[in-house]
Design a binder for this molecule. Structure first.
Ligand code: LMR
Length: 329
């Protein structure tokens, strides 16, 4: 009898153990469009690393960079449908879903990074993140890239009038469209993965990017006139599928929330460092002709571009715009 009992106990133990060992990890597919050596690319990998460590392999994050899985638009749809679980598109890419988010694309809205982070991490930023639920998504965090520079392959751009007649690639955003129209240029929506060849083949003459994207995708090779306008900001919202996130056990969710917090701090610090480092690397190329604006020249850009704000009082919300401006005072 005893032998039988011991046998039974051993059998049950082995069975329970094997079932636990066989339990499949939860897989989070995380798609993004930029290179690995960017703040977003590095932080996505860092997030994957700490999630694996802290959940002891119960959750595995698989990162797909360089638009190898999806472009941003398709990625948002895939997160909505639950085909993938995470993405981190630029705010402009959400225009079709949540037009209010274009707040972050308004030129000359933020005086500097301090002002920007005050808005993101304060009541305005929270209000915008809360809107994501409306679309079955969760806005988990804001990730940085940086302020944008213009680059083109026709001539040096110093003043707004120098943009007249040029074709600029934009992300799909009404604000960015209005911005280039206000400069007398023609905006053209193109996916990020097509920018290099569009510049090379003359489909567009220029584009706007933070230094990190400009460097890692080598846009300066095909558009060597850079202008440090820093007219607008490019940053991201880390999103997940709301149902997926809500279905996680409270324990796992708490661990993942901690990973999001730490990856966000890591990402923002890196954005700052890579912007400086990668700017220097672009400027090292003898073909690059860079223009640094005087405060007076930059003021001329500001004057032209802030004129587009009233066009967006309805879609973004006049209150939201004014609240964001006030945070910088
Ligand atoms: C772009 O399309 O220019 C950006 O959204 C790319 C990125 O993710 O930084």
């Amino acid at each position: 009898r005893r032998g039988l009992l011991a046998y039974l106990v051993a059998f049950v133990a082995v069975f329970v153990f094997s079932v636990a060992a066989m339990a499949k990890p939860i897989v989070i597919k995380f798609s993004h469009v930029v290179a690995v050596d960017t703040p977003k690319g590095q932080a996505a990998n860092y997030f994957a690393k700490i999630v694996k460590e802290r959940t002891h392999g119960q959750v595995i994050v698989k990162v797909y960079p360089n638009a190898m899985l999806y472009g941003d638009r398709a990625a948002v749809e895939a997160v909505q449908m639950g085909t993938i679980q995470m993405a981190c598109p630029a705010t402009a890419k959400f225009t079709g879903w949540l037009p209010e988010i274009q707040l972050f694309d308004l030129p000359f809205l933020f005086k500097n990074s301090e002002h920007l982070h005050k808005v993101m991490d304060g009541p305005v930023g929270k209000k915008v993140l809360n809107l994501f639920r409306r679309k079955g998504l969760l806005g988990l965090a804001y990730w940085d890239n940086g302020f944008k520079v213009l680059s083109n392959n026709k001539h040096p751009i110093v003043l707004p009038k120098d943009c007249k007649g040029l074709k600029f690639r934009i992300m799909s955003s009404r604000v960015l469209e209005a911005q280039f129209k206000a400069l007398g240029a023609s905006p053209q929506v193109l996916p990020f993965s097509e920018v290099y060849s569009a510049l090379e083949q003359g489909v567009v003459d220029g584009c706007e990017n933070p230094w990190s994207n400009l460097y890692t995708k080598k846009f300066y090779e095909v558009a060597p006139y850079t202008t440090e306008t820093y007219h607008g900001y490019l940053g991201y919202v880390l999103i997940t599928n709301a149902k997926f996130w809500d279905s996680l056990s409270p324990k796992l969710r708490t661990i993942l929330e901690g990973c999001v917090r730490d990856a966000t701090a890591y990402e923002r610090k890196l954005a700052d460092e890579l912007t400086k480092k990668q700017r220097a690397l672009v400027l090292k190329d003898p073909k690059v002709k860079d223009v640094v604006l005087t405060p007076e020249q930059r003021e001329a850009w500001r004057k032209v571009l802030v004129k587009i704000y009233p066009k967006f009082y309805k879609t973004i919300g006049k209150d939201l715009i004014e609240e964001a401006i006030k945070e910088g005072n």
